[in-house]
Design a protein. Structure first.
Lengths: 306, 110
């Protein structure tokens, strides 16, 4: 680094053909050879054995000093980085907690509003409202149904494959397919890991995470659906079930469908009413949920295509 | 032998004084250490080649450290600090490797 290789060694200015070749072939500073040649000319003897001059000793002391300082510096920086990271993690946790508390409060308040409304409305109207809320995902529902369980393949090559979402992980479109097919075979209410799906729910991916209604869900994923008794058999024949079975066989990802009694699905976190207009003719509204595989409840909502 | 004692003395000095590096110099410290290592391995090899020279050693040490720091500084000013430090580390690393290989040949005849 310090001086031009090739000058001086042969007296005149000789440019070496290729710096890198020269570097690999002869890594020693040419200055040492020059100095040795000068000494040979003047007849000075080289220092015997391992003794070195005081200046070199000072340099060696300096080297030890530098190494220690650099080492300590690096060590001292490390906790700073870790602290920043853990601080961020704590902030995220705290904000998530706040969000949870707030949405819980919103749920409580909504329930209160519902109660008040039911008290204000007559019996049949209130019942109709309840039915509508149940079918649109705004009310808590209970019933028998199926639970579809999907889980990532056990870790192994994940650490190596790193960023890309390989086939051994459950991806968002798997969940979309499962949810859509469950709607298709007559599910009346669906929740993914306790996140109720509504007509406007989205299932999408952000990096490695899967977001259901913009809330992250983590594996293993349980898609619970309430519906008619024949739902499981019909679902087993659906496209996503067949696909996922094949995928599970090939990649070690786990996929299971089971009947479940007395499922309780929570209400969707927020109505997300973006446009609300007064109905033109209230009498023309549909007649609510009437049990028959819910044509009003299956507008394939979980597409997330937008 | 005395060189090793000097090295240990430097280490002890660093531990004892425990200086804080000014924030402005922090990015240059690691690269300066690599440059210093290059000069030292060059010196050891020259010693084994029996062509060691005190002046050459001191000058190459100081200039190595300064030039390495200067290159990184320039790179930072030009917005290519990371790439330039990579270049410096590669070149110095190659030299260290070559010199250590020569030292190994001297010591073990292999």
């Amino acid at each position: 680094m310090s001086d031009d290789p090739g000058t001086g060694r042969r007296g005149g200015r000789v440019y070496t053909p290729d710096f890198l070749t020269e570097l690999f072939r002869n890594p020693l500073d040419p200055g040492y050879a020059d100095a040795a040649a000068r000494r040979a000319r003047t007849g000075q003897p080289a220092r015997p054995g391992w003794s070195v001059g005081p200046a070199s000793l000072a340099v060696v002391v300096l080297l030890g000093f530098l190494c220690v300082v650099a080492y300590r510096q690096t060590i001292a920086e490390e906790p700073g980085r870790a602290q920043a990271r853990s601080g961020l993690v704590a902030q995220i946790k705290q904000r998530q907690g706040e969000t949870d508390a707030l949405s819980e409060r919103a749920d409580v308040l909504r329930e209160e509003v519902n109660r008040e409304r039911e008290a204000a409305l007559g019996g049949s109207q209130a019942a109709r409202l309840r039915d509508l809320e149940a079918s649109t995902g705004l009310g808590r529902v209970r019933g028998d149904g199926v639970v579809v369980r999907l889980a990532d393949a056990p870790a192994g090559q994940d650490a190596l494959s790193g960023g890309n979402v390989g086939p051994s992980r459950v991806i968002y479109s798997d969940l979309q397919g499962v949810a859509n097919d469950l709607w298709g075979v007559g599910a009346e209410a669906i929740a993914i890991n306790g996140q109720r799906l509504t007509a406007t729910s989205t299932i999408r991916s952000a990096g490695q995470a899967i977001l259901v209604d913009f809330r992250p869900v983590t594996g293993p994923y349980e898609v619970s659906a309430i519906g008619p008794g024949s739902m499981r058999k019909r679902y087993e024949g659906s496209r996503s079930a067949l696909t996922m079975r094949k995928v599970a066989q090939d990649t070690g990802l786990s996929f299971a469908v089971r009947d479940a009694d007395d499922l309780t699905l929570p209400a969707a976190p927020e109505p997300r009413l973006r446009y609300a207009e007064p109905a033109v003719s209230p009498s023309a509204s549909p007649s609510g949920r009437d049990g028959s595989s819910g044509s009003g409840t299956s507008p394939s909502p979980s597409g997330g295509g937008r | 032998m005395i060189a090793v004692v000097a090295l240990l003395a430097g280490v002890g000095l660093g531990l004892w004084l425990d200086p804080t590096v000014p924030a402005a110099l922090q990015p240059y410290l690691p690269i300066a250490v690599v440059a210093a290592l290059d000069a030292v391995f060059g010196g050891v090899r020259a010693k084994l080649d029996r062509i060691f020279d005190d002046k050459q050693f001191v000058v190459s040490f100081i200039s190595n450290v300064l030039v390495a720091a200067l290159i990184v500084y320039l790179g930072d000013q030009l917005g290519v600090g990371g790439q330039l430090s990579t270049g410096v580390v590669v070149v110095l690393g190659v030299r260290i490797f070559g010199n250590v290989a020569a030292i190994r040949r001297h010591l073990f005849r292999a």
